[in-house]
Each structure stands twice: as structure tokens, then as C-alpha cells.
Design a binder for this molecule. Sequence first.
Ligand SMILES: Cc1cc2nc3c(=O)[nH]c(=O)nc-3n(C[C@H](O)[C@H](O)[C@H](O)COP(=O)(O)O)c2cc1C
Length: 184
Amino acid sequence: MELQKAIKKRKSVRKFKTKKPDWRDIIECIDSARYAPMAGNLFTPRFILIDDKSTIQKLAEAAQQDFIAEAKYVVIVCSSKEKTINSFGERAEIYVRQQTGAAIQNFLLSLEEKGLATCWIGHFVEEQVKRVAKIPDNVQVEAFFPIGYAYSDAKGRKKVMIDDVLYFHNYKNKRMKIPRMPYA
Ligand SMILES: Cc1cc2nc3c(=O)[nH]c(=O)nc-3n(C[C@H](O)[C@H](O)[C@H](O)COP(=O)(O)O)c2cc1C
């Protein structure tokens, strides 16, 4: 799939078909996360692929979002950030968050390319997720992703207009200066 098409077609899906995807396709999507930029080339994200129904049910409870329980798989994304903290000190927390987002976007676009659907889950009780997935104390849960085939091809959310979020030269200027022609 062409990159721009994947970017523009991707949307959050909260209702899944009963058909189970091939887990190897999901691994390929996780693999694409390895190519994201990382501060100091230290790779912080970690991924847990879950297909056990009762574990997925517990994750739905940890997020208090029932639709998650209908997914055939969940991928938990967490961060092992010690090396980055040792290298970058107080900026490290920001770096870890940013690069996790970059890795997740690679993952999401790859799912889109494979015709798989998901929804970014950021609202959950971290302690509950850690307990369910046996995640150690020093590893931070970033988000998780219920995965399946979209139940219907519903339209995506309305997107912000470029005009509302773009500035030129400084935060107070909304217009691109037109360069003067030298002899005009
Ligand atoms: C950091 C983050 C946390 C989110 N947490 C949740 C969540 O807990 N539950 C949910 O249903 N959607 C969640 N979403 C999905 C957003 O609601 C969704 O991306 C947004 O409405 C735009 O829709 P789209 O993904 O279809 O473009 C989250 C998205 C992000 C980036």
C-alpha cells in the first residue's frame, strides 16, 4: 500500500469481526517498529503479543473498555528505559515517550497495510496491566492495541485543518512570507 494512502486510511476501530488474523502478520507489523528513530540508537520499546481470551478479558477490565474483549489479539507496548536514562539524564523521559510514539506509528501503519484494525488504548490502570502480563516494575506500560479485522468500513474521525495547526517563522504568524523578487 502506498504510504500516503495508509496514513490517510488508518482509523481507530472498536468493533471486530470474529475471523482471527494470522499472528505472523502481527509480528511483521511489530517488526516495522524496529526501524523507528531512537535517541542514541537505544531501542526502548518492548512488545507483548497476547491471544489468550481470558488475558484479553482482564486487559479490557484494566482499561474499563468492553470492546477490547472482542479482539483476537492484544499487543502491549512497554518501555525499558534504563539505558536511555543513563545516557541522557533528565531529557530521557521525553525521548522515551517520543520514540515510543514513532515506533507505534510504524506499527499502526503496517497493520493498516495488512488490512488489520486496531485502536490505541491509553486509558488503563497500569498496575493491573502489569500484573496480567507479568511486566516488571522497571518497565513502563505505554499503551496497548486490540487487533482484529474491522467489523465495518466506518468513516474515520474528522481531522484537524492544516490551517489551524501550522505557523510560519514564529508561533504568532499564520502566513508564509512570499519572497521578494530582486528587481521587481
Ligand atoms: C495516546 C492515545 C490514547 C488513546 N486512548 C484511547 C483509549 O483508551 N480508548 C479509545 O477508545 N481510544 C483511545 N485513543 C484513540 C483516539 O480516541 C483516536 O485516535 C482519536 O479519536 C482519533 O481517531 P482516529 O484514530 O480514528 O483517527 C487514544 C489515542 C491516543 C493517541
